[in-house]
Design a protein around this ligand. Structure first.
Ligand SMILES: Nc1ncnc2c1ncn2[C@@H]1O[C@H](COP(=O)(O)OP(=O)(O)OP(=O)(O)O)[C@@H](O)[C@H]1O
Ligand SMILES: O=P(O)(O)OC[C@H]1O[C@H](OP(=O)(O)OP(=O)(O)O)[C@H](O)[C@@H]1O
Length: 212
């Protein structure tokens, strides 16, 4: 493990997820005054700007980097944050990437739920326990809806936004576990050590979100 570079309190390290959250995060942070111009398609995983390092991560890794303090702050979906179980400070609901985590079955499916497929086992387990449903949970990595279509599972827990994926596949939403949107997350120690930069940034993001 190479030692982490020593950075002064004026330097910030930001964790951003690849994928659908990236572009809007970069646009919002630019509006908030960060010197952030991510390159187009590139294999680079770390980008350096004046006073700012940006790490490009998988969604699930953002809470890990922020909680362990390798990144001072980041942006990630509430769904991923809940699933991570990490108690990072979550000062701003950024409102974009809005969707919900739902229980889904084939249209008209009846009978008990005995096996549930999901990318969100922790959230699914908590929900099933609260409902008193003693189902097995199968962790999958993507295209979760296919598990209900193929009989791998008799229900799935997955994200719904427009409902287009459900309609296209003869599935229906039976319950909503919780609503999700992108969140600003901040390492608690960094908030103290780098407060002169992080506090104004949090305030600016709050204002931008409130202004819609
Ligand atoms: N259809 C959707 N509409 C709106 N927001 C969504 C939708 N699907 C996912 N999201 C939100 O955007 C986040 C990132 O989604 P994305 O599709 O980029 O991740 P992914 O490619 O499935 O994840 P990874 O490859 O990192 O496992 C999700 O965690 C969720 O908060
Ligand atoms: O209600 P909708 O508007 O159809 O959106 C929901 C779909 O969007 C996400 O998938 P995504 O397109 O990111 O593909 P993925 O399964 O590879 O994550 C999610 O997993 C659902 O499948």
């Amino acid at each position: 493990m190479s030692p982490a570079p020593v950075r002064g309190p004026e330097h910030l390290t930001l964790a951003l997820p690849k994928g659908r959250v990236l572009a809007e995060s970069a646009a919002l942070l630019t509006q908030a005054g960060l010197p952030l111009e991510l390159p187009g398609p590139s294999r680079a995983l770390r980008h350096e700007f004046p006073g700012l390092t940006v790490l490009e991560l998988r969604n699930q890794d953002v809470p890990v980097y922020v909680d362990l303090g390798v990144a001072d702050f980041g942006i990630v979906g509430k769904d991923v944050l809940v699933e991570s179980g990490r108690a990072v400070f979550e000062p701003v609901d950024l409102r974009f990437a809005a969707c919900r985590l739902s229980l889904i079955r084939e249209v008209g499916a009846a009978g008990p739920i005995t096996r549930v497929a999901t990318k969100y086992p922790r959230s699914a387990r908590a929900y099933l326990a609260a409902q008193g449903i003693p189902a097995e949970i199968v962790k999958l990595s993507g295209n979760i809806e296919l598990a209900a279509l193929t009989g791998l599972a008799d229900a799935v827990v997955d994200l719904v936004q427009t409902g287009g994926t459900l309609r296209a596949n003869g599935l229906e939403e039976r319950d909503v576990l919780f609503h999700s949107s992108a969140r600003l997350v901040v390492n608690r120690t960094a908030l103290k050590l780098r407060r002169e930069r992080l506090r104004p940034l949090i305030e600016r993001l709050r204002e931008l979100v409130a202004a819609g």
